[in-house]
Design a protein around this ligand. Sequence first.
Ligand SMILES: NC(=[NH2+])NCCC[C@H](N)C(=O)O
Length: 284
Amino acid sequence: MALRGPLSRILRSKLGKCSQQTRAESVAVLGAPFCRGQKRGGVEQGPKVIRDAGLVERLSSLDYSVHDFGDLNFPPVEKDEPYMGVKFPRTVGAANKMLSGAVSRAVGAGHRLVLLGGDHSLAIGSVSGHARQCPDLCLIWVDAHADINTPMCSPSGNLHGQPVAFMLKELQDKMPSIPGFSWMKPFLSSRDLVYVGLRDVDPGEHLILKNLGIQYFTMRDIDRLGIQRVMEVALDHLLGRYPSLVETVRKPCGVFLEFENSINLVLSALTFNFSWRNVCCTVS
Ligand SMILES: NC(=[NH2+])NCCC[C@H](N)C(=O)O
């Protein structure tokens, strides 16, 4: 995403001062070869495929030092029966617990994290790991899917369609105790979440978006307004919520970008977001 026009001006004027002081020097790359959040095999190959495609080299060609921490090793969980229709709850819960710890350590050590998945259930661990270091984090979720189904309204029972429901404080009275997730505490307010690129939203998800008044932009909005304008409005929404981000860097705030498969998007996101603190990209 080339930074030109109004978006560039917003960032330069509002964040220019911050960016000088907060620019990260170091990018951590972490692989999470995991596929149990949905039914198909193959996505666990993601970290290898993305590395083979040259992500680390291309990141290194930017002005930052890259530390590849390799892949996490997720031990198999015995006897993981579905619970209330949710599939592989203990496996997904344990993997995300491990991931959350690893992400938190990397971010706490001062790295900017690029997580390579794996399926989208990994967002539970990756975003919560950031939240442990940056409690007032806000989230821009760039995806065709809202992934905000609760176990009750999920049409598939797959946890890759549910990660945001685990994060949101406002949904906790709708969330049953799922085995494997006792470690997970909600940390995100719905007003600190913006969706970009939605095009496949389930009926239950639609109701949640409406009831909680979550800001979202569909693919149709992007076609109509252009991605530049959409990102301006998304950032304005979040910046409006975080005047302290504009005024000072004392109060840390992060924007987390969730991208569909694209090395270029990761590179753009990093370039685009290095003026922000505690930014993470997950590629799933
Ligand atoms: N990030 C994704 N690929 N999500 C797919 C979710 C599909 C569907 N909404 C479900 O809950 O099962």
